[in-house]
Ligand binder design. Structure first.
Ligand SMILES: *Cc1c(COP(=O)(O)O)cnc(C)c1O
Length: 396
């Protein structure tokens, strides 16, 4: 049985070019890049190459790139580092109700330390009201934190417009772009972003490496103190292989930006159209217009998403309910809840996220396997009555 991986928003496979580029740094090139001797100078140029490769993807200066251990660390550093550095100026942060837990939980932590946080609501399509965002800014506001694209629904936020609002009010702007990188153009000049986080393992690099872009002139208090690495913005000996791999992944993502996302999008659309045709009473979650090319989040009325995932897994198909970070918790995803999805319907949500390795045959196979599973689960459900849940198929 061929295994099919449709959970690329949870993690991606390491690209072969990335693995190959990393290998020497596990063996002969083992030095500590901070050392001044030959072993150090064998590896320190590789870190600077990777820094330039990341900077190219983001259209920023290499000195504005700080390597971290993961996307979550970048999110923590942006929020806590700003709250600490600008504590004199203000104590208010604006974010959204649909951020990744790495942002939301950090905001809740900061609330306990006296920071006020505004959690902007979203509408039924998962979109923000920018007037409300602008009206929420006060003289005490130190940071606006809005993700570039949502990990559960793929909904894309208007980062350029938000950047312009932030500039107008002289408020720093942070965006978690972990899901956007490699799928959309992520240009920090165009978007006027001051801080931006990325994660290696979401773009074909390994787990355990991330990036925070910190625009020049936006000092942050570090999270990790110690050595002088990363111009004292992040102490700790570099994860050399991971950083090298991250650089290559960024270079490849930039090269493929005009080809791969478009191909992935046409496969996603085929999957979406197929499922909406073959399965009655399915609803797509999130704006169809402002959505990542690879993400499809659906509610299958009358069944439990978890049951569908288990059956898909038996058929060799890996997918997810909402975000991997919250599965295991009972209850509905905070993203769907914020979109005011009916709680019963929300239990039936499944996220299919495609990647650069997804093939047309994979989509055909899902279209063959998934509809009968839904039918079987509905037949078994005491609650399922056709026509009782979300009306006509298709949603918005
Ligand atoms: C995966 C993810 C993160 C966390 O990145 P890690 O490297 O796994 O810590 C943060 N934000 C978003 C939107 C994500 O999808």
């Amino acid at each position: 049985m061929k295994r099919i991986y449709l959970d690329n928003n949870a993690t991606t496979a390491v690209r072969p070019e990335v693995l190959e580029g990393m290998l020497p740094f596990f063996s002969e090139a083992f030095g500590n890049p901070s050392s001044i001797h030959w072993a150090g100078s064998q590896v320190s140029p590789a870190i600077e190459t990777a820094r330039r490769q990341v900077a190219q993807l983001l259209n920023c200066h290499p000195a504005e790139i700080v390597f971290t251990a993961c996307g979550s660390e970048g999110d923590n550093l942006a929020l806590k580092g700003t709250a600490d550095a600008l504590g004199e100026r203000g104590n208010h942060i604006i974010t959204t109700a649909v951020e990744h837990p790495a942002v939301l939980d950090t905001c809740r932590y900061l609330e306990k330390r006296g920071i006020e946080v505004t959690y902007l609501p979203v509408d039924e399509e998962g979109l923000l009201d920018l007037d409300l965002l602008e009206k929420s800014i006060t003289p005490r506001t130190i940071l606006i934190s809005v993700m570039w694209a949502n990990n559960e629904t793929g909904v894309i936020f208007p980062i350029r417009e938000i950047g312009a609002i932030a500039r107008r009010h002289k408020v720093r702007f942070f965006s978690d772009a972990v899901q956007a990188a490699g799928r959309l153009s992520v240009d920090v000049q165009e978007a006027q972003v001051d801080l931006l986080s990325l994660s290696g393992h979401k773009i074909g690099a390994p787990k355990g490496v991330g990036v925070l872009f910190i625009r020049k002139g936006n000092p942050l208090t570090p999270l990790i103190h110690g050595g002088h690495q990363e111009m004292r913005r992040r102490a700790g000996t570099h994860n050399v292989p991971g950083i090298v791999g991250f650089g290559i992944a960024c270079q490849k993502a930039l090269e493929e930006l005009t080809s791969v996302p478009r191909r992935v999008e046409s496969l996603r659309d085929r999957l979406q159209d197929g499922l909406l045709t073959l399965v009655p009473e399915v609803k797509v979650n999130g704006s169809l217009r402002h959505r990542l090319p690879n993400t499809l989040n659906l509610c299958f009325a009358g069944i439990e998403g978890e049951a569908l995932l288990l059956h898909l897994n038996i058929a060799g198909i890996a997918a997810s309910s909402g975000s991997a970070c919250t599965s295991g918790d009972l209850g509905m995803s905070h993203v769907l809840e914020a979109m005011r999805v009916d709680p019963l319907l929300g239990q039936s949500s499944v996220r299919l996220s495609l990647g650069r390795n997804t093939a047309a045959e994979d989509i055909d196979r899902v279209l063959e396997v998934l509809p009968p599973i839904v039918q079987k689960l509905r037949d078994m459900s005491p609650f399922w009555q056709a026509g009782s849940c979300c009306g006509a198929s298709g949603g918005y």
